[in-house]
Design a protein around this ligand. Structure first.
Ligand SMILES: [Zn+2]
Ligand SMILES: [Zn+2]
Length: 326
């Protein structure tokens, strides 16, 4: 079995879907990222990108004579992170079991919101009528998730993790209206941090930097240009306080946390392909290992740190180069 951690982007757009000929290169579906660790599949957010992922999972797993076991981690409950779920085909399969975790004031909050999204007034099929087995629970940021051959468990931090276990930690960010969960997924000494819908602070978000420290891959909100954020783009108000970052803020976190790679995510819906390509070049001038997420992008993170499991390489050892700028 391969020890590669595979990350695939199915929806990279923020706020609302943007189909059309101006968004073909990067894609118009809202947030959804798939993470494969060996035979286990995790999904980050259920924007409209999850619809194609669902069909693909059924095709891929259709021949494997085992139940489809999935974990869906929701960053927060805004529409663009949940709106694809009612059309997620595996959720209709009696062979599928889906663990859904996310934020919420009580353990039942997440289930209540998802049920509300599919109330009879707003959608023809209720959550309960979807034939899969669903285990839905709001988590506290104190909890960690482990997923190994014994299944999925919720623990308090500090426990030991077996070599083949996927371990997930939560950082609760207040830099988005209503708050948002940032997830760090680790497996065989490799880590991915998913930080969507978060606004940077002056001098960078120190709690997030600490949480993302030395990650192999940081997926970070980069919705705005500096001009747009400051209200200097004609026709657009300042977006300060909206809970989204500029590409500079994303690069600041990546540099300070010394991550290996940065993927710019949650693209502004009014931006066409040319604009995102321009922002990508700007980001690369700040942090060389930056790229803009696009639908279909697949990143493979090989296991095999020369130091073995449990010892992550330093940025220099990983060959990370930083662009110095004034
Ligand atoms: Zn969003
Ligand atoms: Zn949001």
């Amino acid at each position: 079995m391969s020890n590669e951690l595979i990350v695939k982007f199915w929806g990279v757009r923020g706020s609302y879907p943007t189909p059309g000929d101006q968004t073909i290169k990067y894609g118009g579906n809202t947030a959804c990222v798939e993470v494969r660790a060996g035979e286990r599949t995790l999904i980050l957010d259920a924007g409209t990108g999850i619809i194609s992922l669902g069909r693909d999972l059924i095709l891929r797993e259709g021949h494997a004579r085992r139940p489809l076991d999935l974990m869906l981690l929701i960053s927060h409950l805004h529409h663009d992170h949940t709106q694809g779920f009612p059309f997620f085909v595996p959720a209709f399969s009696p062979q599928a079991r889906i663990h859904i975790f996310g934020p919420g004031a009580t353990p039942e909050t997440l289930e209540g919101v998802l049920e509300g999204n599919q109330s009879p007034q707003t959608f023809p099929v209720t959550l309960r009528e979807m034939a899969s087995t669903k285990i839905i629970r709001s988590l506290s940021e104190r909890e960690t998730i482990t997923w190994d051959e014994n299944g999925i468990q919720l623990n308090e931090p500090g426990g030991t993790v077996k070599n083949d276990a996927i371990s997930i930690r939560i950082h609760r960010s207040y830099a988005h209206p209503g708050g948002v969960y940032v997830y760090r997924i680790s497996w065989h000494g490799k880590s991915i941090v998913y930080a969507t819908d978060t606004e940077g602070y002056a001098g960078s978000d120190r709690r997030l930097v600490q949480f993302a420290r030395d990650a192999d891959l940081l997926i970070h909100d980069a919705q705005y240009t500096e001009e747009h954020y400051q209200g200097q783009t004609a026709g657009f108000p300042s977006t300060q306080g909206y809970g989204h970052s500029t590409l500079n803020m994303a690069c600041e976190v990546a540099m300070a946390a010394e991550v290996n790679r940065l993927v710019l995510f949650h693209h502004e819906p009014s931006h066409n392909d040319a604009m995102i390509a321009k922002m990508e070049r700007q980001a690369q001038s700040l942090f060389a290992q930056a790229m803009a997420a696009y639908e279909g992008l697949e990143i493979k993170i090989p296991a095999g740190s020369p130091y073995g499991i449990g010892r992550e390489m330093s940025p220099a050892e990983r060959g990370v180069k930083y662009v110095q700028h004034g």
